[in-house]
Ligand binder design. Structure first.
Ligand code: HEM
Length: 403
């Protein structure tokens, strides 16, 4: 779609610490040999958007058709649902092509991933919610995009929509006709296409962003976010000593590979193994994390949303737990307050809680019920959104956050 501007290559290369400004040609060097496509090619994913989707959504927005599409989407929830009759013909043609799993999707692995998600659910709620959710606020481009898009002004509903995605992905029938995930992914992909068209029209976003000449949410950006979700969670589960069979690890990755495909990421960018994912994460995510005023604000709003339900712990404890899973460097960037007493409880108590829960130690730690209430409270917050009347469907935005 767009050509990668020289200015952006220089910015990117410098941000990655990869190149001197004199050598922009080396800005991207991750070979696709370790991707699903297994082609030993090098294409910069920050110069790839979503050609199949973006022009279509831009025209639906320009023609004022999105509100009617959102209404029609109300009846399109299950993977097995027929496409709504009231959709514009071009959107029907598009959805007929993309509303399906990739040829390489493996139902056995997806079923195993579903069982794994169920077994890991307590850890997943915690890590996606307090880990990945807060990490997204130190990914500068994502923080600014989320803050200045329409949903940035109504974070409770935006967080609820994101929960919808996580809930649908983690459900036992996620990829079955009764599940929702394929439909939810398509709605998300369309939402991202809308943001690509809308955000560059936002004077407020243009004023703060350092990439005015860059269309938001490229394939590279989506990979970064994937690493803040799947790769981060996988690394934490391993670091906490949680037992996973090789088949479970592979299945958990596979579920994310399919999810990335459904969001429009090209196969030659999708890592084929956890080793490749971790290598890509170190390359694309670690070097770009940084605080922004928008991210600091979003982190505070998100953490306040979580502490609005009773987790049986203080606000200080909750902020320290976020620091514990993400690092004090990120906690300092986000100006999360310190609570050193809670921190020592967490540092001693959490590993003991995990060891007992996982059957690695017979000793019930004295702080067991504290941690148990905390993780169960977070799980309920997540599950209530996914299963109750508060279920918040994903809708395609038609504007940006007002300045
Ligand atoms: C919307 C998930 C990557 C920015 C959404 C929504 C979901 C979602 C579920 C719909 C909820 C809503 O409308 O609020 C994901 C996943 C990603 C990803 C799973 C990658 C694995 C990104 C990236 C960016 C981004 C890389 C920006 C750099 C946005 C924005 C919205 C959005 C601005 C629209 C919010 C609005 O309606 O105002 N995303 N996203 N996303 N996403 Fe993403």
């Amino acid at each position: 779609m767009q050509n990668l501007s020289r200015r952006r290559v220089l910015t990117l290369g410098a941000a990655l610490g990869l190149v001197g400004v004199a050598d922009p040609s080396k800005a991207w060097a991750w070979s696709s040999a370790n991707s699903i496509a297994a082609t030993d090619t090098v294409t910069d994913p920050w110069s790839v958007w979503d050609d199949a989707t973006d022009p279509l959504v831009a025209s639906l927005l320009d023609n004022g058709q999105i509100p009617a599409v959102n209404t029609a989407f109300d009846s399109w929830v299950n993977n097995g649902d027929p496409l709504p009759a009231a959709l514009p013909a071009a959107l029907v043609t598009y959805l007929q092509q993309v509303n399906t799993l990739p040829s390489w999707a493996d139902q056995t692995k997806l079923a195993r991933a579903a069982q794994f998600n169920k077994r890991m659910s307590m850890y997943l709620f915690l890590l996606y919610g307090l880990g990945s959710g807060i990490m997204s606020t130190v990914i500068p481009r994502e923080a600014r995009n989320v803050y200045w898009s329409a949903g940035g002004a109504v974070m409770q509903s935006r967080a609820a929509k994101t929960f919808t995605y996580g809930y649908d992905l983690s459900a036992l029938d996620a990829f079955q006709p009764t599940g929702h995930f394929v439909v939810t992914s398509n709605k998300t992909r369309l939402t991202h296409a809308a943001v690509r068209h809308l955000l560059p029209q936002s004077p407020a976003w243009r004023a703060v962003t350092n990439d005015q000449d860059f269309i938001p949410i490229s394939n590279g950006d989506i990979l970064v976010t994937f690493h803040s979700l799947g790769t981060f969670v996988y690394g934490k589960l391993k670091a906490w000593g949680i037992k996973m069979s090789a088949a479970e690890e592979d299945a958990y990755l596979h579920q994310w590979q399919v999810a990335l495909h459904l969001l429009g990421v090209r196969d030659d960018f999708i890592p084929a193994s956890w080793a490749a994912a971790q290598q890509q994460s170190a390359y694309v995510l670690t070097p770009i994390m940084a605080p922004t005023p928008e991210g600091i604000n979003l982190a505070d709003v998100l953490l306040n949303l979580t502490s609005s339900v009773d987790l049986g712990v203080t606000k200080g404890f909750q902020r320290e737990f976020a620091r514990y899973v993400l690092s004090d460097k990120i906690g300092d960037w986000l100006k999360l307050p310190r609570d050193l007493v809670s921190r020592s409880v967490i540092e001693l108590g959490w590993p003991a809680y995990v060891a007992f829960r996982e059957g690695l130690s017979p000793i019930i730690p004295t702080t067991f019920s504290l941690f148990d209430q905390f993780v169960r409270g977070l799980a309920m917050l997540f599950l209530n959104n996914g299963t109750s009347a508060t279920y918040t469907p994903i809708t395609i935005p038609t504007g940006n956050r007002p300045a």
